[in-house]
Design a protein. Structure first.
Length: 276
């Protein structure tokens, strides 16, 4: 197919992207420089409020930290599970794969509200801790950051595990046999062969988990409650409660820009890992 033919095939998709993605972003950017939602006058007031207020800066920091902690927590559980999948037989592999995909078939809202029951004062976690004698009273988990991270670990786990499984599936078993025949221990083979080759999948999963956790408005609002300060809640409050659309637009762009910067950094790290 000629180059002109390829462009003709791609043109409808490009126009759709312009219409449904680029155009709303341009409107959002224009709103952030307006004095009101009617775009009658222009000023930098919204950006001064967004980037010059300590509360909003704290929201940015808290949101980025939440995304980073969610990545760390999901990686701690996903890497060992992916290694078990790699070494398991066909039946266990299917079980692990089904367990990884099954949460994606359930609404995030349903999973989030299920975690309210689990994290409550009389929930499964507190009942287990008190039953084992670890604590004498219920541990506060709802409306706390560690409770939110615990819930996000399960909610975002498929986004970390599936790229890891795909990366590990591409490893040639002959490489593992060669490492063992050269005297490499299991730990050394994992450290020198498996993990470096799984790094692109880990970085891809980290990018997906970070972007999803940092923007998880439902989970942040339902489990975190009003005590925790994150950017998605700030955007919603400014738009739907205060009706300050320019500030909401500026905060939304700040959120998107922060996530994109981290995603770009992870992508660059993944590119270096693939060419290492």
């Amino acid at each position: 197919m000629t180059e002109n033919g390829v462009w003709r095939l791609a043109l409808p998709l490009a126009l759709a992207q312009m219409l449904f993605f680029v155009a709303p972003l341009l409107l959002l950017a224009a709103t952030s420089f307006a004095t009101d939602e009617n775009l009658r006058a222009w000023s930098l007031r919204a950006w001064r409020d967004a980037l010059g207020d300590d509360f909003n800066i704290a929201s940015v920091i808290n949101t980025l930290r939440l995304g980073a902690l969610a990545v760390l927590a999901t990686a701690v559980f996903a890497v060992p599970l992916a290694l078990v999948h790699m070494a398991a037989g066909p039946t266990l592999r299917r079980v692990i794969l089904i367990a990884a995909v099954l949460p994606l078939l359930t609404s995030v809202v349903v999973r989030t509200f299920a975690w309210i029951v689990i994290l409550g004062r009389e929930g499964v976690i507190n009942a287990t801790l008190q039953g084992l004698g670890i604590t004498s009273a219920p541990v506060p988990l709802l409306q706390t950051e560690h409770g939110l991270i615990l819930a996000l670990t399960q909610i975002e786990m498929p986004l970390m595990l599936l790229p890891l499984l795909a990366a590990l599936a591409r490893i040639d078993p002959a490489l593992l046999d060669a490492s063992a025949s050269l005297g490499g221990s299991l730990f050394r083979t994992l450290r020198k062969v498996v993990l470096p080759m799984a790094l692109p999948g880990l970085i891809a999963g980290a990018t997906l988990v970070f972007a999803s956790a940092a923007t998880a408005f439902i989970s942040q609002g339902v489990i975190g409650g009003g005590r925790l300060n994150y950017l998605p809640a700030q955007v919603w409050q400014q738009a739907m409660v205060v009706f300050d659309w320019p500030l909401a637009a500026a905060l939304a762009i700040t959120l998107m820009g922060s996530v994109l910067v981290v995603a770009a950094a992870l992508s660059l790290l993944g590119a270096k890992a693939r060419h290492a």
